[in-house]
Design a protein around this ligand. Structure first.
Ligand code: BGC
Length: 766
């Protein structure tokens, strides 16, 4: 505490002495542009290049230099150390003003400590601390852990995306962290890819809205003590990697980029995102990290992006040592900067080599100034010069506060998808008195998902704990299968099968393992791609043996990527898709199982039967299934996009359009009557899809263009009205010109993307 007070005093003294030396940059009342001009004018080339560099925090480095080998380092994208460079060197660099940003700093103490070093530097330019706060600041201890992005997307609740980002920003600032590497606005198009769970799913429109609201929530006004910098990532195409492996090449046409992968990034830029991260992968033969077309032509010239671009983990290095389009590291740095890169994540060679490139005249200093301006702009906006520290005494009044915990629980309730129910759910506690619970995810913190550290037990409700809490009179007998799906014990499977016969009902909690502290053992998450999408290990055997008891068996899934659980879908009476529902996920799922909460979520992505159906997206082109599969797999998925069950039923009637004909710049309304025909209140996610019937370039069979969350009491009806504006009809024509083409359009409204569930009407654009 004494140290912090001392540092804060230093912080205050920086401001108070500003005008004495004519240091405009220290004057909080001066315009930001003037502050930047003044500061830039004082900086050496070395200091400028240092602002463009990130380092991994010293605690992380200390730990890894003690435990990792150089060989392991080469292939690792989550852990790092700098061979031959100790934490003392990092500290010295910081004191010399040669570091612009740190990442992987996990405590407020370390953040304040490093900031204190930066405050000793000649110009006292504050550090901006970046962290992967993907669903809450969950990598750092004692923060609220919200459901993962795929769970959030299934709620179709854009206001919730905003709220979660806002609360995360507050918790981050309370830890002196000001930059989240989120939202991930990639459009997930390959279920083998381990990062599906950190996306908002497969639909460009939904991803754009969720991403845009997240950006707004994180950034607020981009000032004060409650706002953080958002980072839209990864630009672009890594969510459709060849063979599903992270960072693998992507080959995507310009048309598909503009139609599918670009819109969420453009939406993020329009929402005001002030940083963007480039993707690991090469795109059509050019690594994204040296891709001038992406970073400059599209991002800056077309979209007018004003923020700064940061590289992904060691990916500028990979231009040389992986993609081999640069002969050495210096050349890789050169290519990346000249293509539009502003900040390097992360490492020791940047400062020296980039400074050399400037001094040799290969990179103009004016180009470096552009990047440094962008970085300083954000630091000024966030008030870091005035408030370089966070107060340790105040920190825990914000983090994990009741309001944030409540949001996490609410979000989980809204994001869990009921996939199948033959009337057994909600469970009748008076009928099922003795329940056997088993499976790798039944009593594990894995419900927190990727990008989280294990939580303190009092801050996590596992599914078993949730069940016991919600139905205290039920006898739950637990058979522990361990956490590791790849190393399940056949004896434990047999034990569960035997006990199942004595139970009134059985619950198997299966899925993937995602916690990153067991980096090499997990089955889902970053760098954890699979060549299959069925359950791993003995999990299918467990489900089948338990179900063979003849007692009703229900399946709860905890996972990031979609799982093709075909056997369960055919044989079990109920399946609940929980994704990674966060710290109160166990409570939310139990409340749904026992009917205290009526499920409302709908799938934000398609669940295919098997890996052979990869790219079974709902918004495919018309010819995709002209020739069906011959091997008994249908041309439809196991569960379609937009699908999800409720404990009540809804009727869709009277789809009406306000006009049969509009002009190319015209607007019309589509209205539908929604009635709750069941016995309980519920929230329905009403979806509107559009198809351009005839077009000069091929168009998808349908595209989501609007949706509404509507809450109805039993018997209640509401008219839901959507406005169809030109942007919902426009596309890139045969010549890649964006606009609305005349012709017939089909409007479809209903409870999912499955064709047979949709009401349809047509209109004509003249
Ligand atoms: C990931 C990024 C992340 C970065 C920093 C990389 O491996 O691809 O999404 O922001 O690490 O942790």
């Amino acid at each position: 505490m004494r140290n912090i007070l001392l540092m804060m005093t230093i912080g205050i003294s920086i401001c108070s002495c500003s005008s004495d030396k004519g240091e405009i940059y220290k004057d909080p009342n001066a315009p930001i542009e003037a502050r930047i001009d003044d500061l830039l004018g004082r900086m050496t080339v070395e200091e400028k290049v240092g602002q463009m560099n990130q380092f991994v925090g010293i605690e992380h480095i200390k730990h890894n230099s003690a435990t990792m080998t150089e060989e392991e380092l080469k292939n690792n994208t989550a852990n790092a150390f700098y061979p031959g460079f100790t934490e003392k060197d990092i500290e010295r660099f910081t004191e010399e003003g040669l570091v612009g940003s740190f990442l992987h700093v996990l405590t407020l103490k370390e953040a304040n400590y490093l900031q204190g070093l930066a405050m000793k530097s000649r110009l006292q330019i504050p550090i901006i601390f970046g962290i992967d706060a993907i669903h809450g600041n969950a990598l750092a201890p004692d923060n609220t852990v919200y459901p993962t992005s795929i769970n959030l997307a299934c709620s179709f609740d854009t206001a919730m995306a905003y709220t979660i980002a806002r609360q995360t920003a507050r918790e981050m600032r309370a830890m002196n962290m000001q930059w989240t590497f989120n939202p991930n606005v990639e459009v997930a198009r390959d279920p083998r890819w381990g990062r599906v769970g950190e996306t908002f799913g497969e639909d460009p429109y939904l991803v754009s809205l969720m991403g845009g609201q997240s950006v707004k929530g994180y950034q607020g006004q981009l000032n004060g003590n409650e706002d953080v910098l958002a980072c839209i990532k990864h630009f672009v195409g890594g969510s459709q990697p060849i063979n599903g492996t992270n960072g693998s090449p992507t080959d995507i046409s310009e048309r598909t980029l503009y139609e599918v992968f670009f819109p969420p990034f453009k939406a993020g830029v329009d929402a005001g995102a002030m940083s963007l991260m480039t993707a690991h992968n090469e795109l059509n033969g050019i690594p994204c990290h040296e891709n001038e077309w992406l970073m400059t032509d599209v991002l800056r010239d077309q979209w007018k992006f004003k923020g700064f671009v940061v590289s992904d983990w060691m990916d500028i290095e990979h231009i040389h040592d992986l993609h081999a389009t640069a002969e050495n590291l210096k050349e890789a740095f050169y290519q990346s900067i000249m293509a539009g890169m502003d900040m390097h994540m992360h490492g020791i060679y940047w400062n020296e080599l980039v400074t050399e490139l400037v001094k040799e005249g290969r990179i103009p200093e004016s180009r470096i100034d552009e990047s440094v301006r962008r970085i300083l702009y954000v630091k000024f906006r966030l008030g870091l010069f005035e408030h370089p520290y966070a107060d340790e005494a105040q920190s825990m009044t914000v983090r994990l506060c009741d309001e944030h915990r409540q949001t996490s629980l609410e979000a989980a309730r809204n994001g869990v998808v009921l996939l199948k129910n033959e009337g057994i759910l909600p469970l009748d506690a008076s009928k099922y008195k003795k329940i056997m619970v088993t499976g790798i995810n039944a009593d594990d913190h894995n419900i927190l998902g990727d990008w989280s550290a294990p939580g303190a037990p009092e801050n996590v409700t596992t599914i078993l704990e949730g069940l016991r809490q919600v139905s205290p009179t039920t006898q739950f007998n637990f058979v522990d299968q361990g956490w590791d799906p790849r190393n399940m014990d056949p004896k434990k499977v047999a034990e569960a099968a035997a006990l199942a016969q004595q139970a009134d009902l059985n619950i198997v909690v299966a899925g993937e393992y995602m916690m990153r502290f067991r980096w090499t053992e997990r089955t889902d998450g970053e760098d954890t791609d699979r060549s299959d999408i069925d359950l791993v290990g003995l999990q299918n055997e467990l489900i089948q043996k338990v179900a063979a008891s003849g007692k009703p068996t229900i399946l709860i899934l905890i996972n990031g990527r979609p799982l093709g659980v075909e056997w369960a879908a055919q044989h079990l009476p109920a399946i609940v898709e929980g994704w990674a529902p966060g710290m109160y996920g166990g409570q939310a799922i139990a409340e749904i199982i026992y009917g205290q909460v009526n499920p409302s979520a709908k799938l934000a992505l398609t669940i295919p039967y098997s890996v052979g159906q990869t790219q079974m997206i709902y918004n495919h082109k018309p010819s995709q299934y002209f020739h069906p599969y011959v091997d008994n797999k249908p041309s439809t998925p196991l569960y379609p996009f937009g699908y999800g069950l409720s404990y009540t039923t809804y009727d869709y009637t009277d789809l009406k359009l306000s006009a049969n004909e509009i002009a190319t710049n015209g607007t019309l309304e589509a209205s539908v009557k929604l009635t709750n025909t069941g016995q309980r209140e519920g929230t329905e996610i009403v979806q509107l899809y559009i198809r351009d019937r005839f077009s000069s370039a091929t168009r998808p069979v349908k595209e989501l263009k609007d949706f509404a969350r509507v809450t109805l009491k039993p018997g209640e009806s509401k008219e839901v009205v959507f406005t169809i504006t030109p942007d919902k009809l426009a596309y890139y024509d045969k010549k890649m010109k964006y606009g609305v083409e005349p012709g017939e359009f089909i409007v479809m409204v209903g409870p999912s993307s499955a064709d047979e569930t949709l009401l349809k009407q047509t209109f004509v654009v003249k």
